[in-house]
Design a protein around this ligand. Structure first.
Ligand code: GTP
Ligand code: MG
Length: 422
């Protein structure tokens, strides 16, 4: 992974610099605002420093992992060549030459030549022995170098494994499912740089989590036709409160034309609750008792940009209730509706799996997680996103309308999952 810092006058400019240098896949890992203090304010403008990262280009790296035996191999090749030349010379050159020096019929001469040849042969043998022993030594050195390299590699792998174990423990402590934790760590270990250390592995895991969470899916406020935004989910998770938070934020800050519909007529208090919010915000509320009433309510509200539809909390185990939700959703064309499944971060993972799978059978949805203030572990948010592939949208962290809500912040979630401060 390549990690770089960029400083510019604004976050956008710094991000642009990062994209230009590191490419479109760049992930912004941290944003730091540099506000000059005291007198410096007069001379220096505030700037923004971002830390950006991309997966490293890995060409040629594998070659670096292999110890450099080229010099040894060259020496071996040279020695082999010398030995071969000797053998060849002996086979076809030397013998006939010796015969030529042997005049026939002269015993004394014969004796002298033979002694001379013996001497030459002995010295040649000594030469070859010496070279063979050199070769032996070279081979031993090569084997030792290979062994050392193997041991160094094993040692490095053991250290990296310890880092992986440490990070995995953090993720599991934060209730990230083991399957997803393993998935991320495997991804990282496959592309591990040989100089990896705890910091770079941690940064890699952080980057992977940020990428997996992705951009938040927010409510589309620019649609040309009236958009009907349904909030579905189990009882008491905060559907109505979340609608009030989003509706008031949009009405107050974006000047969006917002209206409300409630189909939760099972409890008198439920209608009253939404009526109160509608009155405070000065926006209309339509009450629908059956899916058939939806047509009329939609007609009444056709001038509005966004209509939030509150539904009664439903048990995912009750087939009839599931069908009620489905019928209500089907009163609006898919193109003109958006669905948010509201889940509480305090619900057990097993139940969240069942709920999200049940709703997946009837509709596509985006995910809102509420009550982050009531738990220290947010692994489930990541798990359910990974399980369903549904985009994450908003999180809420308290009862205050409209303050305690925000769009999903991948960086802060990733930091929290890795045990840092969000
Ligand atoms: N701590 C905390 N409480 C919340 C949050 N969101 C909602 N609540 C509270 O949870 C309770 C239920 O909220 P509602 O908005 O009525 O939940 P609902 O999903 O509409 O419930 P039903 O309509 O009964 O299914 C209320 O007391 C809310 O104030 C949150 O983010 N944190
Ligand atoms: Mg409600």
């Amino acid at each position: 992974m390549v990690i770089r810092k960029y400083i510019a006058m604004s976050e956008e400019e710094a991000a642009k610099l990062a994209r230009e240098e590191l490419g479109e896949d760049v992930v912004i890992m941290n944003v730091k605002k540099n506000e000059p203090k005291g007198l410096a304010k007069l001379f220096r403008k505030p700037s923004v420093e971002i830390t950006a990262a991309v997966d490293e280009v890995r060409s040629g790296e594998a070659a670096e992992d292999v110890p450099d035996f080229s010099r040894l191999q060259e020496a071996i090749r040279e020695t082999n060549a010398v030995l071969e030349a000797e053998a060849k010379k002996e086979a076809d050159g030397q013998e006939p030459a010796r015969q030529q020096t042997e005049p026939s019929g002269s015993n004394i001469l014969e004796e002298e030549t033979s002694q001379k040849n013996d001497r030459e042969e002995k010295s040649e043998n000594k030469d070859i022995e010496e070279r063979l022993s050199n070769l032996q030594e070279l081979l031993e050195r090569q084997m030792q170098a290979e062994k050392d390299a193997r041991e160094a590699k094993d040692e490095k792998e053991n250290t990296n494994q310890a880092y992986f174990d440490l990070i995995k423990k953090k993720l599991l402590d934060n209730e990230v499912e083991e399957t997803y934790a393993n998935q991320i760590l495997e991804d990282i270990s496959e592309n591990l740089n040989k100089n990896a250390n705890l910091d770079s592995i941690l940064a890699g895991v952080y980057q992977k989590i940020v990428l997996k969470i992705g951009q938040p899916h927010l409510i589309d406020i620019k649609a040309k036709k009236t958009k009907f935004v349904f909030f579905i989910g189990p009882t008491g998770v905060g559907k109505t409160t979340t609608i009030a938070k989003i509706a008031s934020t949009l009405k107050l800050t974006k000047k969006t034309k917002v209206a409300l519909i409630t189909s939760d007529t099972y409890r008198i208090a439920a209608v009253e609750q939404l009526k109160t919010y509608a009155n405070i915000l000065g926006i209309p509320l339509q009450v629908v008792y059956t899916p058939e009433d939806m047509g009329h309510a939609m007609e009444e509200l056709r001038e509005f940009d966004l209509v939030f539809v509150d539904t009664a909390g439903r048990s995912h185990n009750n087939t009839e209730q599931k069908e009620d939700v489905q019928k209500l959703l089907e009163t609006v064309d898919e193109a003109n509706r958006e669905v948010f499944l509201v889940l509480s971060a305090t619900t057990k993972y097993k139940d969240l799996v069942k709920i999200s799978m049940t709703y997946a059978e009837i509709t596509k949805y985006n995910l809102i997680f509420t009550k982050l203030d009531e738990t220290d572990t947010i692994g489930n948010l990541f798990n359910i996103h990974m399980l369903t592939g549904a985009p994450l949208s908003y999180t809420t962290w308290g009862q205050n309308v409209p303050d305690d809500i925000g769009k999903i912040d991948a960086q802060s979630i990733a930091k929290q999952l890795l045990g840092g401060n969000n």
